[in-house]
Ligand binder design. Structure first.
Ligand SMILES: Nc1ncnc2c1ncn2[C@@H]1O[C@H](COP(=O)(O)OP(=O)(O)OP(=O)(O)O)[C@@H](O)[C@H]1O
Ligand SMILES: [Mg+2]
Length: 252
């Protein structure tokens, strides 16, 4: 059998912050992780256990100790191979149209040809089910639409790894379910590895090809491939059992 390619490898990651008394508080201690190419890794964990900090370290936004390797190359700075999508609805420049928002980082990458920029914009807006909104401004969009544009903007850069930090947490249940289905479809066609933080067990099971539960100190309490047949619904065989085990791992 062929070995799976490793998209991301984290070796002995240590991260601490200074607390109010200027003492180092360890957030991640000797944290190790391997993520396969095209894997969709969902991470659950109690508030404050270090999930966001982990993604920020991978994105290159935090100084940390240890090694972070993308396709075998060590990363210490931000780069377009790792793009982060956040929870809040203010990830877009309010003074730029949707089109200009999506194209801004592409232009920074040296893509100057208007036809190419327009093609990428419409291709990725279609992927997130928002065709034809190129000329709208962020204030004209709903929260769900803004998150879709943020995802389109990230994907258009064709990152190796997309880091999503509770991107749907602020959405209502119906919009959230719609976006879940869309992201699941997108993940199947994009050549990209996903790391997705959520507080929602259902979200983790529906999206994840692998599900992990973190505890404080960056300890990993649960880490398994999700073998439930796609598309996953709460009625799927094995769903209830996995839900219960994840719930228990979170409770402990
Ligand atoms: N810039 C910072 N300076 C100091 N402490 C920080 C900083 N960022 C995070 N922390 C601390 O690190 C710990 C982990 O925070 P982090 O945001 O990674 O948690 P989380 O798992 O994402 O939580 P949540 O589920 O609530 O988003 C917390 O104790 C937090 O207070
Ligand atoms: Mg967080």
């Amino acid at each position: 059998m062929m070995n799976k390619e490793i998209a991301l490898e984290i070796k002995k990651l240590n991260k601490s912050f200074l607390d109010e008394n200027n003492e180092a508080e360890d957030i991640l201690t000797n944290f190790n992780l391997q993520v396969e190419k095209n894997e969709f890794l969902c991470i659950l964990g109690p508030s404050g256990c270090g999930k966001t900090t982990l993604l920020r370290c991978i994105a290159g936004f935090e100084k940390c100790q240890g090694e972070i390797l993308v396709n075998g190359q060590q990363k210490t700075e931000p780069g377009i191979d790792r793009i982060m999508v956040f929870q809040d609805f203010n990830q877009l420049f309010p003074w730029k149209t949707v089109e200009k928002n999506i194209q801004y980082p592409l232009k920074q990458q040296g893509i100057k040809d208007k036809a190419v920029l327009d093609q990428l914009t419409s291709e990725y807006l279609e992927k997130v089910n928002l065709p034809g909104i190129q000329k709208k401004y962020p204030h004209q969009l709903s929260g769900g639409m803004k998150q879709r544009v943020a995802i389109a903007k990230a994907l258009a850069l064709k990152p190796q790894i997309i880091l999503m930090d509770e991107p749907f947490a602020a959405l209502d249940a119906m919009t959230r379910n719609k976006l879940l289905a869309e992201v699941q479809n997108i993940s199947k066609t994009e050549d990209c590895t996903f790391m997705f933080i959520t507080h929602n067990i259902q979200e983790a099971i529906v999206l994840g090809t692998r599900v992990m539960v973190m505890a404080s100190g960056g300890k990993v309490k649960f880490d398994e491939k999700n073998t439930i047949e796609h598309p996953v619904t709460p009625a799927s065989e094995g769903y209830g059992k996995l839900w219960k085990r994840l719930h228990d791992a979170l409770e402990e």
